[in-house]
Design a protein around this ligand. Structure first.
Ligand code: F6P
Length: 326
């Protein structure tokens, strides 16, 4: 359902887990909208805040000095009420009450599902992929992944130093929910001996134990395992490995530190361009679209199509990681 007149007021919200670079996207949405003569309303705390009418006017100055800041200036939340028809209708009603005809939703797949229902209820919606997990199928880039993977990489380098000094095995658990991208990238970037990812549906602990023993015989001073949170169980894994190999083993769960910090250049720039594109799409009367980046280009997809897409970790990247761990 498209609007039959030029859009006058748009809203912007961040939803789900925060991701560094979300502020660059908000800033781009606000400034692009203002440059086109639109009013912009910021919705605080995602859909949760929308249902509570936490809506504030945003000016170009309100987003000054934010591009370099981690987190999201609009705050974010996970909202169960948006899964119910009642919640969705209420949200659409509130947006209409505030004259918000177009909405930019910065978040992950769950947030786009909310945008999809709002679009069906007559609000033009555009999604921007924001998650450190990189688990949105229609795009090769999601806001926050680049910063998070660099943060995790630097932390793992530090664990590696102490692991080498003590000649230990270190299991380092990275975030990613059900996706192994953070684990794979850190595994390659940190030169890990093993990467364990949920996409592989299980791992061979016997093989790891044998590999640790063989590595020790070859004189290797540490054994780094990057474990994805989707596999988890790092503490127990450490106990078992220590018992079976005799090599002291420690588990480190990096946790939420991976979501914080000043965004990298890539996250700032891509997020900014996606923010501009989202507003342009709204001005063209488009709805139910999600902005993405594929094969060197910024593109947009129908949200229904985007949510149906599947994304696998390329087999050759997993192979490359295995070869390099020799
Ligand atoms: O989706 C981003 C993410 O950080 C995941 O990697 C992780 O599983 C989840 O969010 C943690 O969510 P919360 O902050 O709600 O505990």
């Amino acid at each position: 359902m498209a609007l039959d007149h030029k859009i006058r007021t748009i809203g912007v919200l961040t939803s789900g887990g925060d991701a560094p670079g979300m502020n660059a996207a908000i800033r781009a949405v606000v400034r692009t909208a203002i440059s086109k003569g639109l009013n912009v309303q910021g919705i605080r705390r995602g859909y949760h805040g929308l249902l509570r009418e936490e809506i504030i006017s945003l000016t170009a100055r309100d987003v000054s000095d934010t591009i370099q800041r981690g987190g999201t200036i609009l705050q974010t939340a996970r909202c169960h009420s948006m899964r119910s028809v009642e919640g969705q209708r209420k949200a659409a009603g509130i947006l209409k009450k505030y004259g918000i005809e177009g909405l930019v939703v910065i978040g992950g797949d769950g947030s786009f599902a909310g945008a999809q229902t709002l679009s069906n209820l007559g609000i033009n919606t555009i999604g921007i992929p924001g998650t450190i997990d990189l688990d949105i199928a229609c795009t090769e880039f999601t806001i926050g992944f680049d910063t998070a993977v660099n943060t995790a990489m630097q932390a793992i380098d530090k664990v590696r130093d102490t692991s080498t000094s003590h000649e230990r095995c270190s299991i380092i658990e990275v975030m990613g929910r059900d996706a192994g991208y953070l684990a794979l990238w850190c595994g390659i970037a940190n030169g890990a001996e093993r990467i364990i990812m949920p996409e592989e549906h299980g791992y061979d602990e016997d093989a790891i134990v044998e590999d640790i023993k063989a590595n020790r015989e070859r004189g290797k001073k540490h054994y780094i395992i990057i474990n994805a949170e989707g596999v988890g169980d790092s503490m127990n894994m450490a106990k078992r490995i220590e018992e079976r190999t005799g090599m002291e083993t420690r588990a480190t769960i990096l946790g939420h530190m991976q979501r914080g910090g000043s965004p990298t250049c890539k996250d700032r720039v891509y997020a900014s361009i996606m923010g501009v594109k989202a507003v342009e799409l709204l001005c063209e009367g488009k709805t139910n679209r999600v902005v993405g980046y594929r094969h060197g280009e910024y593109i947009d997809f129908d949200i229904d199509e985007a949510l149906d897409m599947k994304k696998e970790i390329p087999e050759d990247q997993i192979k490359a990681a295995e070869i390099l761990a020799l």
